[in-house]
Design a protein around this ligand. Structure first.
Ligand SMILES: [Zn+2]
Length: 509
């Protein structure tokens, strides 16, 4: 996600900010659009009190297998992995692997090291905002341990007044429970390593009608319907509320997602996938190797296409959208970033105008708010997420450095937009719940990106970029950690980078 946006009602505050904080305009390397966007950001800061952050101190991290292990719903809002059992614990130790569904028993465990294919149908009404989902997941337990429940993430649980209308495991009804943005689905038994199960989950929800807070992630307003993280997805319980605009998500890659959208009127859709069938009010999309499936649609979207190498770029915008600027920025970003990072992983890259809110990444699809300033920066930042978040995943809630600092560094490096932070130097290893709204962007994005750029300068370009490409190759379509990024760079240089890392990442070094 990017911090920069154009708030719908921000003009007065922006003018105030331009008068009160003239230094914002003095940042020489920015164009006028960026300065305006920065001013609006400042305006938002003026209007927002920066109260104390919640006292969340638990720093959870994924173990190397991605397993979450038996964890009772935690007292801490951040589930900890400290309760992982030794491998010899539990009934799974003696049970042979099986591949035919759930077997009786319980292990009180879930995992993100599952391979899930999703086949979902969305029935939505652009007029009434009704949003109904029927999803069939085919899940293979690729973890080393048995599991007996799924923890599925969907923001419809927090933004859509969601009701689960059906939950089945292996053809049998099970009782799903919803807490925060997590649907917990008991499998009705144990799924052993290698085992396969089909889980069905249906819900009905209602899209929001505005953009305030996080509503822009799941809304229909200003002639556009947009839904992020709507498809219940393998994850782990992760708090949705945070004091900033960090992304409270962690999602493993699915090899295949098929989505059928049935709408009350003909809508042109920009999605993570490619259209493979349907016409009129029913359209079918498919995506491969993605960790989400976002959609944005409008009856009057216009499509503009171009190619960069073997990638087709689609820009979807309503009349009046800055299509030409977005397309130019996307072509440039894709070409420059692929040259540094390796090939973009999909055949198509879509950029869609959204109703408002922030720029937002999803695999193969970037959201650009209508009227956004600093298009080149915004598009470059979100495009960089195709590698840092898309190709290599991370726990965006608990380790935001891995995707946000890296994406912002790439954007500012390729556009020559480095600037200094407007917040005091701070540690870079905290989770999104621990940074204030005022300083989250200035710390993780700006200081975090500058830290990577300083590391590049210390190492020299060839070993630095080789290290970045090592990291992307070694973790392709996996979930990894901030430490893995830093260690991979350290391994590429005879310099010892650990003394540089220690003060900024005290929980890791
Ligand atoms: Zn971002």
């Amino acid at each position: 996600m990017s911090r920069l946006r154009r708030p719908n009602a921000g003009w007065l505050l922006a003018l105030v900010a331009l008068l009160v904080v003239p230094t914002v305009m003095g940042v020489g390397q920015f164009g006028a659009g960026t300065a305006m966007a920065s001013a609006m950001t400042t305006a938002g800061s003026l209007a927002t009190s920066s109260g104390p952050s919640p006292s969340i101190t638990a720093a959870a991290s994924l173990d190397s297998s991605g397993s979450i292990g038996p964890s009772a719903p935690a007292a801490s809002p951040i589930p900890s992995d400290s309760s992982l059992p030794s491998p010899s614990d539990g009934p799974l130790a003696s049970a042979p692997p099986t591949a035919d569904g759930v077997v009786p028993g319980a292990v009180n465990a879930t995992s993100m090291a599952l391979t899930a294919e999703y086949d979902a149908t969305v029935r939505l009404n652009f007029g009434t905002r009704s949003f109904q989902v029927a999803s069939t997941m085919t899940i293979t337990n690729t973890a080393a341990e048995a599991i007996d429940r799924l923890e599925l993430n969907t923001i419809a649980a927090r933004l859509g007044r969601m009701t689960v209308t059906l939950a089945r495991s292996d053809g049998r009804a099970v009782t799903a429970t919803v807490k925060d943005q997590t649907i917990t689905v008991p499998l009705g038994g144990i799924l052993q390593p290698g085992g396969r199960v089909v889980v069905r989950i249906d819900y009905r929800a209602t899209l929001r009608s505005g953009l305030a807070g996080s509503n822009w992630l799941f809304t229909r307003v200003n002639g556009i319907l947009e839904a992020h993280r709507w498809l219940p997805w393998i994850s782990r319980a992760t708090p949705f509320n945070r004091p900033n605009h960090g992304d409270p998500f962690v999602t493993p890659v699915s090899p295949r997602v098929r989505v059928t959208i049935v709408s009350d009127r003909v809508i042109r859709w920009a999605t993570t996938g490619e259209q493979v069938g349907g016409t009129g009010t029913t359209k079918v999309f498919e995506a491969r190797n993605v960790r989400d499936f976002a959609i944005a649609g409008a009856p009057d979207y216009r499509l503009t296409s171009a190619t960069v190498g073997s990638v087709t770029i689609h820009v979807w915008g309503r009349p009046g959208f800055a299509t030409a600027a977005v397309m130019a920025a996307a072509k440039s970003a894709l070409a420059r970033q692929a040259a540094l990072l390796g090939p973009y992983p999909y055949r198509t890259y879509d950029l869609a105008q959204t109703a408002g809110g922030y720029g937002m990444e999803s695999p193969g699809l970037t959201w650009i708010p209508g009227g956004a300033g600093s298009i080149a920066y915004l598009v470059a930042h979100e495009t960089a997420h195709q590698w840092f978040y898309g190709v290599v995943g991370n726990d965006q809630a608990r380790q935001p450095y891995a995707d946000e600092a890296a994406a912002d560094f790439i954007a500012r490096y390729t556009l020559n937009l480095r600037r200094s932070s407007r917040c005091a130097t701070a540690r870079l290893d905290l989770n999104i719940y621990q940074y204030s709204n005022t300083c989250y962007y200035e710390t993780i994005y700006i200081q975090g990106g500058n830290f990577l750029d300083d590391t590049r300068r210390k190492m020299g370009n060839p070993p630095f970029w080789a290290g970045i490409r090592d990291y992307l190759a070694a973790n392709r379509f996996k979930i990894t950690t901030t430490k893995s990024l830093l260690d991979t760079l350290d391994a590429r240089t005879p310099l010892n980078l650990v003394p540089r890392y220690e003060p900024r990442f005290p929980s890791l070094y």
